[in-house]
Ligand binder design. Structure first.
Ligand code: ADP
Length: 183
C-alpha cells in the first residue's frame, strides 16, 4: 500500500530524493545543533544553498534545538516555501523514550507546517540513518503520528508525502502503512 486517506487528507509514500519533490514544506532530519550534517540534511543544504544555514545561524536557540523539537526556515533554492528542521532521537535500544521523541518530532513539524499554511508537506524517514532507529519501528511511529495529527487537527494540510531514499526503507513504510486505519 502506498497511499491512504485520513482526516480529509492523504498520506502517500514514494521512493526518491526529497530535494526533488515539490511541496510547500520539506521536513529535514537535522541534529540538535542545527549545523550541517550528512545524509538528508547534507542533501537539503546542498540543494537549497547557503541561505538556509545563514537563517539557522540567526535563529538557532542558545542550547540548540531539543530532541523532538523543530524550527522553520525559508527553503532557499529548493522546490518548496519552507524547510522544517526536526530533531529526531538517536536510537539507544528503545528504552530511552525514543518512540515518544520521534512522535514529538513529527507532531512539532506538522504544527509548524500547518502554521505556515502549507497544503503539502514532505518527510524523510527521520532518525533511521545515522541515528540508527530501526526502520520498521520508526515507520510505525511516523505513520501513526502523522495519521493522528491529520485526524485531529490537520488544518490546511491536504497531503503528507514520505520520500524514502532506499528500497528497504520504502518497503518498511509500505508495510507499516497497511496497519494505519483510514478515515
Ligand atoms: P538521521 O540522523 O535522522 O538518522 P539521516 O539523514 O542519516 O538522518 O537518515 C535519515 C533517512 O534519510 C535515511 O533513510 C537516509 O537514507 C535518508 N536520506 C538520505 N538522503 C536523502 C534524500 N536526499 N532524500 C530522502 N531521504 C534521504
Amino acid at each position: 500500500m502506498t497511499e491512504i486517506s485520513v482526516g480529509g487528507a492523504r498520506i502517500r509514500l514514494v521512493q526518491g530524493d526529497i530535494t526533488r519533490v515539490p511541496v510547500d514544506v520539506i521536513v529535514n532530519a537535522a541534529n540538535s545543533e542545527l549545523i550541517g550534517g550528512g545524509g538528508v540534511d547534507g542533501a537539503i543544504h546542498r540543494a537549497g544553498g547557503p541561505e538556509i544555514m545563514l537563517e539557522l545561524n540567526r535563529i538557532r536557540p542558545k542550547h540548540g534545538c531539543p530532541t523532538g523539537g523543530a524550527v522553520i526556515t525559508g527553503a532557499g533554492s529548493l522546490p518548496a516555501r519552507f524547510v522544517v528542521h526536526a530533531v529526531g532521537p538517536v536510537w539507544r535500544g528503545g528504552g530511552f523514550q525514543e518512540a515518544l521523541d520521534l512522535e514529538a518530532a513529527y507532531q512539532k513539524s506538522l504544527e509548524l507546517a500547518a502554521g505556515s499554511g502549507a497544503a503539502t508537506v514532505s518527510f524523510p524517514s527521520i532518525s533511521t540513518g545515522a541515528y540508527g532507529y530501526p526502520a520498521a519501528r520508526a515507520a510505525g511511529v511516523a505513520l501513526a503520528a502523522v495519521a493522528g495529527f491529520l485526524k485531529a487537527r490537520g488544518g490546511t494540510i491536504r497531503e503528507v508525502v514520505f520520500v524514502l531514499f532506499d528500497e528497504g526503507t520504502f518497503k518498511a513504510y509500505e508495510k507499516a502503512l497497511s496497519a494505519i486505519e483510514p478515515g
